[in-house]
Design a protein around this ligand. Structure first.
Ligand SMILES: Cc1cc2nc3c(=O)[nH]c(=O)nc-3n(C[C@H](O)[C@H](O)[C@H](O)COP(=O)(O)OP(=O)(O)OC[C@H]3O[C@@H](n4cnc5c(N)ncnc54)[C@H](O)[C@@H]3O)c2cc1C
Length: 396
């Protein structure tokens, strides 16, 4: 066992931290604009590009650095620790990985080098009004017509679509009834298409949502959208495998972001608790009622971080899909629960000031709470662990 960071990993942390520190003098102003005005955090995106983080998951032949998911998790955690979120970077990384593992050579050459340079932003769309936790129920269809697919349907809650060049879209190429009737599984018949967001017939409508820094969620309509066949990622009808293998890195990076946010919250809460005096001349941080919850959160953070990097390590070691899925799910649940508690405790430490936009703590409440629900709900993770790890019967 080795719990230390490699030299390369330490270098990644220092490079990202060093670059992000340039933003610190205007951090509060920037974060307020991002959260309050939903301004896209382009500065953070540019720093990820500058430090080569978009290439971390890609091999050199596609312009990447092949540093691995652990490196990307370190960068994501580090950015969050300084108070900066970067959700589209997570979405772009997971999509790029999906293309790398499943796309045609032509598609990889067309897309991946531009991703590695930070020149392309990618969104991800699976959720529909009637299909969130139950992906197999999606109704958006893609019908083959010559050298194109014709897409019809609707997606919802799609993050950052207006900033993205492409969306990795999950569609049905065989209806669920037909897949089941043919004796196949419900998982058969899904396909992945990399659809340009500027495609004719694609319209997006912002939703009145909170939860992710600097961007909107969109309801997206596909009305006879024509997508060239070469933008199919993986085999037609066999998208499920590619899809589930792609969701694990997203969960691991979400866990890393939760760890970073919790760290930032604890830093801010402790700094305030050392200074704020309410009774006599003793700072509130001296009261055990204030310090014990913060100490508990610090311990929980360490545990969540261990699980997060255990999951990233499993991914980088290319262990079997079940093992990676188990750790990715466990890490996401543990880190989200931990970050929610840390945020609650940070707000309590600040008292009324915890709700003031001046201190910025309240901005993170939506962000950490979201991680309990998305990218996958806490309940679906418990279902997974009960069924696949504890071998208990499926209840649904
Ligand atoms: C801010 C935000 C950003 C998002 N961004 C994206 C995005 O970019 N792309 C995208 O595709 N999606 C996105 N989503 C969608 C997100 O992944 C889904 O909201 C989430 O997976 C839950 O699906 P649902 O909302 O349909 O909930 P439902 O599936 O309707 O579930 C409702 C509740 O019932 C519970 N439940 C359902 N079935 C079971 C069961 N069998 N056992 C126990 N409990 C169950 C769920 O856990 C949940 O608590 C985003 C959502 C939000 C809020």
């Amino acid at each position: 066992m080795d719990f230390g960071w490699s030299e390369e990993q330490q270098a990644v942390r220092q490079a990202v931290r060093g670059a992000l520190e340039k933003l610190l003098p205007r951090r509060d102003e920037l974060v307020a604009a991002v959260h309050r005005d939903k301004r896209f955090p382009q500065e953070v995106w540019d720093i990820f590009a500058e430090t080569g983080m978009f290439g971390a998951l890609l091999p050199e032949e596609y312009g990447g650095t092949a540093l691995g998911l652990t490196a990307m998790a370190i960068a994501t955690e580090e950015a969050a620790r300084l108070g900066f979120g970067n959700t589209v970077a997570i979405l772009t990384a997971m999509d790029a990985l999906c293309i790398l593992r499943n796309g045609s050579e032509e598609l990889k050459r067309r897309i991946l080098p531009a991703v590695a340079e930070g020149k392309l932003k990618l969104a991800f769309a699976v959720t529909e009004p009637d299909a969130g936790s139950n992906t197999f129920r999606i109704k958006t269809t893609a019908r083959r017509e010559g050298d194109h697919y014709v897409i019809n349907g609707q997606k919802t809650y799609i993050t950052g679509l207006d900033h993205c060049d492409y969306v990795l879209l999950v569609v049905r190429t065989t209806p669920i009834e037909e897949a089941v009737a043919r004796g196949g599984s419900k998982a058969y018949g899904l396909s992945l298409l990399l659809v340009p967001t500027a495609a004719g017939g694609l319209t997006m409508h912002p939703m009145p949502m909170r939860g992710i820094e600097g961007m909107n969620q969109y309801t997206v309509f596909f009305d006879n959208v024509r997508c060239p066949r070469e933008l199919l990622v993986g085999e037609e009808d066999m998208g499920s495998f590619a899809l589930f293998n792609t969701l694990n890195p997203e969960r691991i990076l979400a866990a890393a972001a939760a760890c970073g946010m919790a760290d930032w919250l604890l830093d801010r809460a402790c700094a305030y608790a050392r200074e704020r005096r309410v009774f006599k001349d003793r700072p509130i941080g001296a009261y055990q009622a204030v310090q014990h919850p913060l100490a508990e959160s610090r311990i929980e953070l360490e545990a969540a971080r261990l699980l997060t990097y255990r999951a990233a390590w499993a991914f980088d070691q290319d262990l079997d899909l079940a093992t990676i899925g188990t750790y990715a799910n466990m890490a996401k649940l543990t880190a989200a629960d931990m970050a929610i508690r840390a945020c609650d405790r940070a707000i309590e430490t600040f008292g009324g000031a915890g709700f003031s936009e001046e201190y910025g703590v309240i901005y993170l409440w939506d962000a950490v709470r979201l991680l309990k629900t998305a990218p996958v709900t806490r309940e679906m993770i418990l279902n997974y662990v009960a069924e696949h790890v504890l071998e208990l019967p499926r209840s649904y």
